[in-house]
Design a binder for this molecule. Structure first.
Ligand SMILES: *Cc1c(COP(=O)(O)O)cnc(C)c1O
Length: 417
């Protein structure tokens, strides 16, 4: 069971809605820092542990700076994400550049920043050498194919476009060594929103076993193993959060069993968690502006799937509460809809909720929970929708606008006519 909380009182939220106007995202700095510390603390069993926060989950430098202060690096996959890391003061090997189908300009920028480049394909060895030169350290992204079953969001590794096969991984390391690369890392990413600790421990086990095989077949000792991201969060109240200590302890046990006897006991452990870091500590705040009764009852809000598309595209569950009515009985069944001309623009379908007042000025404020990762970041402009603002609840209790809402001028800025 997971209790759904929100850091502002009803009065404080009403004031914030008046100041910033709805919809907006709210992020809780204190809770995110505490969570980052819990992660680092659990993984302190691995000396040199670092989480490269997946920038795509929340691409805002205000947040990346906070995470840098907590000792996190960045996981980037595009040129703009590299620039976001750079402007947040994250550079060098604190950046993992895990891209795919990569243009040469992006490899050059990653080289310039001293990031650890994580190669997605065998052919990129030559491509990188030709276009940006081979750096001293390189990582290979391994796709386990039939050896590992993926989960539903990420899909089956055999069908996944990413990474090297097992044979290519072994050949790749041998080739990198031949071409003068001095330091090596091994990476995989096989999960998305996975709550089972055992799943993540199994990922560690197959990477550790591969690291041992790499050592036997090529003589290379990888400097670190990157377990990727994909640690889930309890979107539903009946879900249970991943216990970081239990996860780190399980990984440590596997490491001691597999890596230590093979002489690889000095290998570092890295991760690339995004969702688990900020997801539960971000909320989309939106006002009920219309109420509609046809074959079903609808609450129509001022946000849309252009602000948060997970429910629409994955059928993902996001818990919704109504500010000031947290204790009210759930007497109504509503579909909570946005304004996009797409029928799946719904934040909730047939959801039990308290009776909701709809009004453009004074309607109830709905809080969409667990929107702190892959939320605003996945927003888009279809239907001419303008993406909403991001507000940070600072550790000192002040509210700071860290991204303003878009305007029509922003939307039209690229037009030439
Ligand atoms: C998306 C992604 C992550 C982060 O995933 P989360 O589910 O947010 O933890 C990490 N690494 C890679 C390569 C990714 O594509």
């Amino acid at each position: 069971m997971t209790e759904k909380t929100f850091p502002l009182s009803h009065g404080a939220l009403k004031a914030a809605a008046a100041d910033f106007s709805t919809p907006f995202y709210l992020y809780d700095e204190r809770a995110i820092r505490e969570n980052a510390r819990r992660i680092n603390d659990a993984f302190s069993v691995f000396p040199g542990y670092i989480n490269h926060f997946a920038v795509k989950a929340m691409p805002n430098p205000a947040m990346l700076r906070i995470l840098r202060e907590e000792g996190f690096g960045a996981d980037c996959s595009s040129l703009p994400e590299l620039l976001l890391a750079e402007m947040s003061g994250i550079d060098g090997e604190a950046i993992m550049f895990t891209s795919n189908d990569t243009p040469s300009a992006e490899y050059r920028k990653a080289r310039e920043l001293g990031a650890v480049i994580n190669l997605d394909d065998f052919t990129h060895i030559e491509f990188l050498e030709k276009t940006a030169g081979l750096p001293e350290i390189l990582s290979i992204r391994y796709n386990p194919g039939p050896l590992k079953l993926g989960n539903t969001i990420i899909g089956n590794p055999v069908e996944a476009k990413y990474g090297f096969t097992r044979e290519q991984t072994l050949e790749g390391f041998a080739l990198l060594k031949k071409r003068g690369v001095k330091r090596f890392a091994l990476h995989t990413m096989v999960a998305s929103n996975e709550l089972k600790t055992s799943y993540h421990i199994e990922t560690g086990i197959f990477l550790f076993e591969l690291a041992v095989e790499i050592r036997q077949k090529t003589g290379i000792s990888v400097e670190f193993v990157n377990l990727g991201g994909g640690v889930g969060i309890p979107y539903r109240t009946e879900d249970t959060a991943v216990d970081y200590r239990e996860l780190a302890a399980g990984l440590k046990e596997a490491f001691d069993d597999i890596m230590v006897p093979a002489g690889l006991g000095k290998t570092g452990i890295h991760t690339e968690w995004g969702r688990a870091v900020t997801g539960p500590y971000g909320w989309l705040v939106t006002r009920a502006i219309h109420r509609k009764e046809i074959y079903r009852k609808y609450i129509c809000v001022d946000a849309s799937m252009a602000d948060l598309m997970r429910p629409a595209i994955y059928g993902a569950y996001h818990h919704i509460t109504v500010s000031g009515k947290e204790a009210s009985p759930l007497t109504e069944i509503y579909d909570v809809a946005g304004s996009l001309c797409e029928n799946f623009d719904k934040f909730a379908v047939q959801r039990p909720l308290p009776a909701i007042e709809a009004d453009e000025e004074s309607g109830d404020l709905l809080i969409v929970h667990d929107a702190g990762a892959h939320g605003r970041a996945m927003g888009f402009n279809y239907n001419g929708k303008l993406r909403c603002a991001e507000v940070l609840l600072r550790a000192d209790g002040a509210l700071a606008l860290i991204r303003r809402r878009e305007t029509t001028e922003d939307l039209f800025a690229t037009l030439r006519f």
